[in-house]
Design a protein around this ligand. Structure first.
Ligand code: PLP
Length: 391
């Protein structure tokens, strides 16, 4: 981001971690000379070695067993689409249980499956923004092919009890596949594939400090093969196409960095969020916090500021150098209010008055304080202008 600006939109894209930028810079002369990782010559084999190093780092980051599969993808969208599509290839029917607060890259493939005759049940969140394990369990009373749940919500930061769901379900219905979209959780809270007990997990590089356009699908050893892309031997035939070498290398570095400093990063994010929330509450006492602070990503703050148009506020803040979002960035630009906030029971008006602030662990406290002051001042000015218009 440009200097002088204050970036509070880490859930949209974290930005490159300084350590990743530095290591990539020193690797670039070598990367620029390397060959195709599938080639047998030394230039190809060095590229292959870098990819396998990155795979080891990602495996360690998500705490997967040595035999679990790590398939590099273009991001979590691709991984989620592939996992949802696989059991129903060739027009097979079945049933999926998911939640109403999933990312569009889960909800839209589910709508497509529904129109092809697959039964889809979306569990509603509670008012805290989380999804109750019991309600998911009840929804799985009928035979269910696949359960797809996110580990943390991108808009509110609410954590979803995926491990509890998986433990109950695996006991009762071992044939049901369980997929977890961990795109937002990685790098912010501990995430163990082993402990979650799910069959597959998707992650996204740019959400934790790597380049964008790279991610991974983690698949439990022994799972039925699922071709994400066909037409080549790459990724042991799970995903054809020449690998995104620099993206994968960047994700390996980011994985190493966030794994070795997770607790410290978590504490820094929580400190920043706490500081900003206290400042906003003092300056704007009518503000409502939608994030369940005790059970959430430490960096995410969804707040409703009654009477304010969030889209206008985001534009006004951007002009003053503060970047944040009025909902999910991937969905911004669309006129509809956030499906997550509506599913939590908000009115359309409340949803349209809601902003999402998501901080990075590297956030400077003084700069954050300045951003808080700009937000408060801008809201006051917008309100005054509104009052003048309606007077
Ligand atoms: N899942 C969640 C929860 C997300 O927040 C996002 C992006 O915002 C995605 C998936 C998509 O990830 P990617 O950009 O890697 O495709």
């Amino acid at each position: 981001m440009r200097s002088g600006r204050i970036y509070l939109d880490a859930n949209a894209s974290y930005g490159l971690l300084p350590q990743v930028a530095e290591e990539l810079r020193s690797l670039l002369p070598e990367l620029a000379q390397l060959g195709n990782p599938s080639a047998v010559h030394a230039d190809g084999q060095r590229a292959r070695a870098l990819i396998e190093d990155a795979r080891r780092e990602v495996r360690a980051l998500v705490d997967a067993d040595p035999h679990d599969r790590i398939v590099f993808t273009s991001g979590a969208t691709e991984a989620n689409n592939a996992v949802l599509r696989a059991p129903f290839e060739g027009g097979r029917k079945g049933r999926v249980v998911s939640s109403a607060i999933e990312h569009p890259c889960v909800l839209e493939p589910l709508s497509a499956l529904e129109s092809q005759g697959v039964a889809v049940h979306l569990v509603a969140p509670d008012s805290s923004g989380s999804v109750s394990a019991q309600r998911v369990d009840e929804a799985c009373a009928e035979p269910t092919t696949l359960v797809a749940l996110m580990l943390a919500n991108n808009e509110t930061g609410a954590l979803i009890p995926v491990a509890t769901v998986a433990a109950a379900l695996k006991e009762r219905s071992p044939a049901t596949r369980i997929h977890c979209d961990a795109a937002q959780a990685i790098g912010k809270v501990p995430c163990s594939f082993r402990a979650l007990g799910v069959d597959s997990l998707s992650i996204s590089g740019h959400k934790f400090g790597a380049l964008s356009g790279v991610g991974a699908l983690v698949v439990r050893a022994g799972s039925a093969p699922c071709a994400l892309l066909r037409g080549g031997p790459q990724e042991t035939r799970w995903r054809a196409g020449t690998e995104n070498l620099i993206g994968i290398v960047s994700m390996g570095i980011a994985a190493r960095v966030v794994r070795s400093s997770l607790e410290q990063r978590r504490a820094e994010m929580a400190r920043s969020r706490g500081q900003l929330l206290a400042q906003l509450r003092e300056g704007l006492p009518e503000l409502r916090c939608n994030t369940p602070l005790e059970e959430s990503l430490p960096n995410t703050l969804s707040v409703t500021i009654p009477g304010v148009d969030a889209d206008d506020l985001v534009v006004a803040l951007d002009l003053q150098g503060v970047a944040l979002s009025s909902g999910a960035a991937c969905a911004s630009g669309k006129p509809d209010p956030s499906h997550v906030l509506l599913a939590m029971g908000m009115t359309e008006q409340e949803a349209r008055a809601t902003i999402r602030i998501s901080v990075r662990a590297e956030q400077d406290a003084q700069k954050l304080y300045e951003a808080g002051a700009v937000i408060i001042e801008t809201v006051r000015r917008m309100r005054e202008a509104q009052q003048r218009r309606s007077a």
